[in-house]
Design a protein around this ligand. Sequence first.
Ligand code: ZN
Length: 554
Amino acid sequence: MRALIRLLLLTLTVTTVGAQVPQPLPAGAERAYKAVKDRVDGNAAMDIVRFMDAYWRISGNPGFNASVDRIRDGLQAAGVANRAEEFKSRGRGWDYQAGTVSFADSGEVLLSRESDRVSLCINSFSTPGVVEAPLVDVGAGTPADYDGKDVKGAVVLGSAAAGQLWQQAVKARGAIGVISTAIAPYIRPSDPAQFTFPDQWDVFQWGSVPYDETAKAFGFKASLRAATKMRDRLKAAPVKLKVDVRSTFYDGPSRFVVAEIPGTVKPEERIVMVAHIQEPGANDDGSGCGTLYALAVALQKAIAAKALAPPGRTLTFIWGDENRASRQWLTSHPEQAKGVQYMFSLDMTGEDVSKTGGTFLIEKQADPSAVWPRPSDPHTAWGASEVKAEELKGSLLNDVHLAICQRRARETGWVVKTNPYEGGSDHTEFKSAGIPSLLDWHFTDRFYHTNLDRPDKTSPAEMVNVGVAVATSAWFLASATDIDAIAVARHIARAAGGRLALEQKQGASGEILAAWKKWYAEALDSVRRLPVRGPSQAVDREVARITTQLRLRQ
Ligand SMILES: [Zn+2]
């Protein structure tokens, strides 16, 4: 046993040293990279971001549908074949025309659509004209905080989540609406003395209250500046607020866009890329939509210019309501879903990292680092989600996409990091369908889900970096030859060697080492399915050779 480990370590030391030197991409990937690198148009991506930023997009509402149409029109003009599909929305679409809170006496406006854009909570109902109501502060908003306070007919201010405040104040005690200051600690600390940016006084995270036709209430999210004004006034005397809400609900279907560049060899096999339209942010996820749009157009242009052959497998691009459109596409096209080889989710891909913080991240397809926390693979502030060891199924996806991103990084100085699987966006739906999927994103964004996630926080250059990397990866995975596959097998071998050496160094248990070996044996096996013209004896031989050499199957 000991001798065996020493032997393994020896092999690994050699392969790890090799891994330090940047390796050229497989020829097919390099060809795709060169063909798309100057064709992904950051300004075209930015135009989509600016267009979508004008709307609070919610499935079924006019801004969401305008975004669908804008993306379709652009694809149409660029000659990318596309169609819109639809399904029944889970809830009602919603938007608002006015959401203003002011002091009743002075008329000073505290919150408004004009200055705060997304302060009114989703599902807020219109007030019967401008209403006047007392303001009651419940602090943290625990049930005990309501003791001795009469909130019936009042507007309730608190730091609990809007839905929680709404439950306690509106549903249980008859308030007419709530104002919540709940905010994630990575957006701003609760103590202003710890603020590192002046905008932390004005930032807030948008939210929602439950849809309730009986309560017909409203919710607002407020910045610390607005809440402090209200609390200061309350210290002196009782306060009355004026509230004016005009909102609209919509019952239309949820629409999504599907564009395709058909495969010429195995059109029934697919590489799928998804970005979500809903939410109000420029980065989240106007930038994912813009990036996906620009990369689809770039591939189409490269192919039209004969700089790149059409893909061997079909490239499918989807823009829709996060998770739901993915689920809908997977279930309403079972035959196509069966043929999906790999999937990329694009969320918050355009962050100007100098303003938002965080970095570009590849959230890897769930690998052993998603099951066992590893010092080398920290989670983000988003947090881990439970992944069971039995769920893991190794593939080439993580290492191939990382290599392509690093190729881009070497040329542009782009910072590329990875995080273990955490889940929550469209890749989760494809993962559930058993498809190797990853997420390209950025975190921690200190404007995540806030009023300040606007186009000035979006970087066209960052969208170009992500767009070039995803276009290259997708075309390559759709079109690889057997020679490409052999290059990928050798790359996976280096990655496997590097990982096993790293795990030895960071004291991994036998169980963890075994999990990585299993992962990489499966990843190598997936290389056998990579050549678009079908299995190749040369690839099979190389995979078998490496698997034996690295002792991945024991
Ligand atoms: Zn998002």
